[in-house]
Design a protein around this ligand. Sequence first.
Ligand SMILES: [Zn+2]
Ligand SMILES: [Zn+2]
Length: 266
Amino acid sequence: MADAELDALPSLDAAFALTAEQLADMTPPEIDVFNARVDVETRRIEDQRERVWGRLQRALGEKKVRRGRTEQWPLRPDEAEEKARRAVREGTGSELYRADLSKALEALDALGAEMVRLNQGPRRVLDDEWDRRGGWSRFGVVPGGHIHKATGCFTLRITTRLNWRPDLSGRSDADAVAELGPYLCSFCYPDAPTEWQKNPEDVKQEEKRKEECGGSRMRVELNERMRRRASPSATCPVCGKEGVSVTSTGKLRVHKPKGADKSAKG
Ligand SMILES: [Zn+2]
Ligand SMILES: [Zn+2]
Protein backbone atom coordinates (compact mmCIF):
# COMPACT_ATOMS: atom_id res chain seq x y z
CA MET A 1 0.00 0.00 0.00
CA ALA A 2 1.34 3.42 -0.92
CA ASP A 3 2.07 5.96 1.79
CA ALA A 4 -0.81 8.22 0.76
CA GLU A 5 -3.25 5.32 1.09
CA LEU A 6 -1.69 4.39 4.42
CA ASP A 7 -2.29 7.92 5.72
CA ALA A 8 -5.96 7.58 4.78
CA LEU A 9 -6.37 4.57 7.09
CA PRO A 10 -7.43 4.96 10.73
CA SER A 11 -4.67 4.89 13.33
CA LEU A 12 -3.67 1.74 15.17
CA ASP A 13 -4.84 3.32 18.43
CA ALA A 14 -8.28 3.81 16.89
CA ALA A 15 -8.28 0.12 15.85
CA PHE A 16 -7.43 -0.93 19.42
CA ALA A 17 -10.25 1.28 20.75
CA LEU A 18 -12.93 -0.37 18.55
CA THR A 19 -15.83 -2.05 20.33
CA ALA A 20 -18.34 -4.62 19.11
CA GLU A 21 -21.16 -2.11 19.64
CA GLN A 22 -19.50 0.46 17.38
CA LEU A 23 -18.81 -2.11 14.68
CA ALA A 24 -22.43 -3.27 14.65
CA ASP A 25 -23.48 0.16 13.34
CA MET A 26 -20.76 0.48 10.70
CA THR A 27 -20.84 -0.27 6.95
CA PRO A 28 -18.42 -2.83 5.41
CA PRO A 29 -16.17 -0.07 3.95
CA GLU A 30 -16.07 1.65 7.35
CA ILE A 31 -15.10 -1.63 9.01
CA ASP A 32 -12.60 -2.74 6.38
CA VAL A 33 -10.43 0.36 6.61
CA PHE A 34 -9.70 -0.90 10.14
CA ASN A 35 -9.02 -4.40 8.78
CA ALA A 36 -6.64 -2.85 6.25
CA ARG A 37 -4.84 -1.03 9.09
CA VAL A 38 -4.52 -4.25 11.10
CA ASP A 39 -3.19 -6.01 7.98
CA VAL A 40 -0.55 -3.32 7.53
CA GLU A 41 0.49 -3.75 11.15
CA THR A 42 0.60 -7.55 10.82
CA ARG A 43 2.83 -7.24 7.79
CA ARG A 44 5.11 -4.78 9.59
CA ILE A 45 5.58 -7.21 12.47
CA GLU A 46 6.15 -10.14 10.08
CA ASP A 47 8.72 -8.17 8.05
CA GLN A 48 10.55 -7.19 11.21
CA ARG A 49 10.46 -10.77 12.48
CA GLU A 50 11.94 -11.89 9.15
CA ARG A 51 14.85 -9.48 9.63
CA VAL A 52 15.50 -10.57 13.23
CA TRP A 53 15.47 -14.23 12.17
CA GLY A 54 18.17 -13.32 9.64
CA ARG A 55 20.15 -11.54 12.35
CA LEU A 56 19.82 -14.63 14.54
CA GLN A 57 21.18 -16.94 11.82
CA ARG A 58 24.11 -14.59 11.26
CA ALA A 59 24.79 -14.54 15.00
CA LEU A 60 24.72 -18.34 14.98
CA GLY A 61 27.45 -18.24 12.31
CA GLU A 62 25.20 -19.53 9.54
CA LYS A 63 25.66 -18.38 5.95
CA LYS A 64 23.02 -18.00 3.27
CA VAL A 65 23.02 -20.77 0.69
CA ARG A 66 22.02 -20.56 -2.94
CA ARG A 67 18.79 -22.38 -3.76
CA GLY A 68 17.81 -21.95 -7.38
CA ARG A 69 17.76 -18.26 -8.07
CA THR A 70 17.47 -17.10 -4.46
CA GLU A 71 19.73 -17.13 -1.43
CA GLN A 72 18.25 -18.57 1.73
CA TRP A 73 19.24 -19.15 5.32
CA PRO A 74 20.08 -22.80 5.94
CA LEU A 75 17.86 -23.13 9.05
CA ARG A 76 14.12 -22.68 9.30
CA PRO A 77 13.20 -19.77 11.61
CA ASP A 78 12.00 -22.14 14.35
CA GLU A 79 15.19 -24.22 14.05
CA ALA A 80 17.37 -21.11 14.39
CA GLU A 81 15.37 -19.97 17.39
CA GLU A 82 15.61 -23.37 19.05
CA LYS A 83 19.37 -23.54 18.44
CA ALA A 84 19.88 -20.05 19.87
CA ARG A 85 17.76 -20.72 22.96
CA ARG A 86 19.68 -23.92 23.62
CA ALA A 87 23.04 -22.11 23.27
CA VAL A 88 21.96 -19.43 25.75
CA ARG A 89 20.53 -22.01 28.18
CA GLU A 90 23.56 -24.29 28.08
CA GLY A 91 26.15 -21.48 27.94
CA THR A 92 27.66 -22.61 24.61
CA GLY A 93 30.25 -20.38 22.91
CA SER A 94 31.69 -17.02 23.95
CA GLU A 95 29.93 -14.46 26.09
CA LEU A 96 29.71 -12.08 23.14
CA TYR A 97 28.15 -14.81 20.98
CA ARG A 98 25.51 -15.51 23.62
CA ALA A 99 24.84 -11.79 24.13
CA ASP A 100 24.13 -11.41 20.40
CA LEU A 101 21.78 -14.36 20.48
CA SER A 102 20.00 -13.09 23.58
CA LYS A 103 19.45 -9.69 22.01
CA ALA A 104 17.88 -11.22 18.89
CA LEU A 105 15.75 -13.59 21.00
CA GLU A 106 14.48 -10.67 23.09
CA ALA A 107 13.50 -8.82 19.92
CA LEU A 108 11.63 -11.92 18.70
CA ASP A 109 9.80 -12.27 22.00
CA ALA A 110 8.75 -8.60 21.86
CA LEU A 111 7.47 -8.98 18.28
CA GLY A 112 5.63 -12.17 19.22
CA ALA A 113 3.92 -10.34 22.09
CA GLU A 114 2.93 -7.50 19.73
CA MET A 115 1.36 -10.03 17.36
CA VAL A 116 -0.61 -11.66 20.20
CA ARG A 117 -1.84 -8.24 21.35
CA LEU A 118 -3.00 -7.45 17.82
CA ASN A 119 -4.71 -10.81 17.30
CA GLN A 120 -6.45 -10.82 20.67
CA GLY A 121 -7.41 -7.14 20.34
CA PRO A 122 -8.66 -5.49 17.15
CA ARG A 123 -8.22 -8.55 14.93
CA ARG A 124 -10.59 -10.62 17.05
CA VAL A 125 -13.22 -7.86 17.39
CA LEU A 126 -13.16 -7.30 13.63
CA ASP A 127 -13.31 -11.03 12.81
CA ASP A 128 -16.26 -11.47 15.19
CA GLU A 129 -18.23 -8.78 13.36
CA TRP A 130 -17.39 -10.41 10.02
CA ASP A 131 -18.64 -13.77 11.34
CA ARG A 132 -21.75 -12.22 12.90
CA ARG A 133 -22.81 -10.85 9.48
CA GLY A 134 -21.78 -13.96 7.58
CA GLY A 135 -19.11 -11.98 5.72
CA TRP A 136 -19.39 -9.57 2.79
CA SER A 137 -17.68 -9.05 -0.54
CA ARG A 138 -14.10 -7.76 -0.60
CA PHE A 139 -11.87 -6.75 -3.49
CA GLY A 140 -8.12 -6.45 -3.91
CA VAL A 141 -6.09 -5.57 -6.99
CA VAL A 142 -2.63 -6.66 -8.07
CA PRO A 143 -1.14 -3.54 -9.74
CA GLY A 144 -1.43 -4.16 -13.50
CA GLY A 145 -3.07 -7.52 -12.81
CA HIS A 146 -6.26 -9.24 -11.74
CA ILE A 147 -8.90 -8.39 -9.12
CA HIS A 148 -9.08 -10.96 -6.30
CA LYS A 149 -11.13 -11.57 -3.20
CA ALA A 150 -9.03 -9.59 -0.77
CA THR A 151 -8.90 -12.47 1.68
CA GLY A 152 -6.21 -14.09 -0.45
CA CYS A 153 -6.03 -16.33 -3.49
CA PHE A 154 -3.94 -19.43 -4.08
CA THR A 155 -2.90 -18.18 -7.54
CA LEU A 156 -0.93 -15.39 -5.83
CA ARG A 157 2.57 -15.85 -4.56
CA ILE A 158 3.10 -14.90 -0.95
CA THR A 159 5.21 -11.90 -2.01
CA THR A 160 2.63 -10.52 -4.47
CA ARG A 161 1.28 -7.15 -3.44
CA LEU A 162 -2.50 -7.12 -3.24
CA ASN A 163 -3.93 -3.64 -2.87
CA TRP A 164 -7.01 -4.04 -0.79
CA ARG A 165 -9.88 -1.70 -1.71
CA PRO A 166 -11.97 -1.33 1.46
CA ASP A 167 -14.07 1.33 -0.29
CA LEU A 168 -15.60 -1.44 -2.44
CA SER A 169 -16.31 -3.82 0.45
CA GLY A 170 -19.89 -5.09 0.45
CA ARG A 171 -20.44 -4.01 -3.17
CA SER A 172 -21.36 -6.26 -6.11
CA ASP A 173 -18.94 -7.78 -8.63
CA ALA A 174 -20.49 -5.46 -11.25
CA ASP A 175 -19.56 -2.42 -9.13
CA ALA A 176 -15.99 -3.68 -8.78
CA VAL A 177 -15.73 -4.24 -12.54
CA ALA A 178 -17.10 -0.75 -13.22
CA GLU A 179 -14.53 0.75 -10.86
CA LEU A 180 -11.47 -1.44 -11.53
CA GLY A 181 -11.99 -2.91 -15.01
CA PRO A 182 -13.14 -6.35 -16.26
CA TYR A 183 -10.24 -8.20 -14.66
CA LEU A 184 -11.86 -10.56 -12.13
CA CYS A 185 -9.64 -13.52 -11.24
CA SER A 186 -11.30 -16.67 -12.59
CA PHE A 187 -10.42 -18.64 -9.43
CA CYS A 188 -11.86 -16.07 -7.02
CA TYR A 189 -14.94 -15.41 -9.20
CA PRO A 190 -15.62 -18.69 -11.05
CA ASP A 191 -19.26 -17.72 -11.78
CA ALA A 192 -18.54 -14.25 -13.19
CA PRO A 193 -19.28 -13.71 -16.91
CA THR A 194 -16.18 -14.38 -19.00
CA GLU A 195 -16.19 -10.80 -20.34
CA TRP A 196 -15.41 -9.75 -16.76
CA GLN A 197 -12.51 -12.20 -16.51
CA LYS A 198 -10.19 -10.64 -19.05
CA ASN A 199 -6.44 -10.79 -18.72
CA PRO A 200 -5.05 -7.24 -18.29
CA GLU A 201 -2.06 -8.18 -20.43
CA ASP A 202 -4.33 -9.34 -23.30
CA VAL A 203 -6.33 -6.12 -23.12
CA LYS A 204 -3.13 -4.09 -23.31
CA GLN A 205 -2.01 -6.05 -26.40
CA GLU A 206 -5.43 -5.65 -27.95
CA GLU A 207 -5.32 -1.88 -27.44
CA LYS A 208 -1.87 -1.73 -28.96
CA ARG A 209 -3.08 -3.66 -32.00
CA LYS A 210 -5.99 -1.23 -32.39
CA GLU A 211 -3.44 1.57 -32.82
CA GLU A 212 -1.61 -0.36 -35.54
CA CYS A 213 -2.05 0.38 -39.22
CA GLY A 214 -3.88 -2.45 -41.03
CA GLY A 215 -0.89 -2.63 -43.37
CA SER A 216 1.38 -3.86 -40.54
CA ARG A 217 2.94 -7.29 -41.32
CA MET A 218 1.65 -7.09 -44.89
CA ARG A 219 3.87 -8.70 -47.53
CA VAL A 220 5.22 -6.20 -50.05
CA GLU A 221 7.09 -6.55 -53.35
CA LEU A 222 10.43 -4.72 -53.39
CA ASN A 223 12.12 -3.55 -56.54
CA GLU A 224 15.62 -4.78 -57.36
CA ARG A 225 17.34 -1.65 -56.05
CA MET A 226 15.50 -1.75 -52.70
CA ARG A 227 16.02 -5.50 -52.29
CA ARG A 228 19.80 -4.98 -52.34
CA ARG A 229 19.69 -2.47 -49.51
CA ALA A 230 20.80 -3.46 -46.04
CA SER A 231 17.65 -1.99 -44.54
CA PRO A 232 14.91 -1.96 -47.16
CA SER A 233 11.76 0.09 -46.76
CA ALA A 234 8.54 0.61 -48.69
CA THR A 235 5.44 2.79 -48.81
CA CYS A 236 2.51 1.24 -46.96
CA PRO A 237 -0.32 0.55 -49.43
CA VAL A 238 -2.91 0.92 -46.67
CA CYS A 239 -2.04 4.26 -45.01
CA GLY A 240 0.41 5.66 -47.55
CA LYS A 241 3.22 6.12 -45.02
CA GLU A 242 6.61 6.23 -46.73
CA GLY A 243 9.80 4.54 -45.61
CA VAL A 244 8.19 1.79 -43.50
CA SER A 245 10.93 -0.78 -42.91
CA VAL A 246 10.54 -4.22 -44.38
CA THR A 247 11.56 -7.36 -42.49
CA SER A 248 13.89 -10.04 -43.88
CA THR A 249 10.77 -12.08 -44.70
CA GLY A 250 9.44 -9.25 -46.88
CA LYS A 251 6.75 -7.91 -44.55
CA LEU A 252 6.06 -4.34 -43.45
CA ARG A 253 7.02 -3.67 -39.86
CA VAL A 254 4.25 -2.91 -37.37
CA HIS A 255 3.52 0.82 -37.60
CA LYS A 256 0.92 3.38 -36.68
CA PRO A 257 -1.13 4.79 -39.57
CA LYS A 258 0.31 7.82 -41.38
CA GLY A 259 -0.36 10.96 -39.36
CA ALA A 260 -1.01 9.06 -36.09
CA ASP A 261 2.53 9.71 -34.81
CA LYS A 262 2.24 13.44 -35.37
CA SER A 263 -1.07 13.72 -33.57
CA ALA A 264 0.33 11.65 -30.70
CA LYS A 265 3.33 13.96 -30.36
CA GLY A 266 1.45 17.21 -30.84
ZN1 LIG B 1 -7.84 -14.84 -7.23
ZN1 LIG C 1 0.26 1.70 -42.97
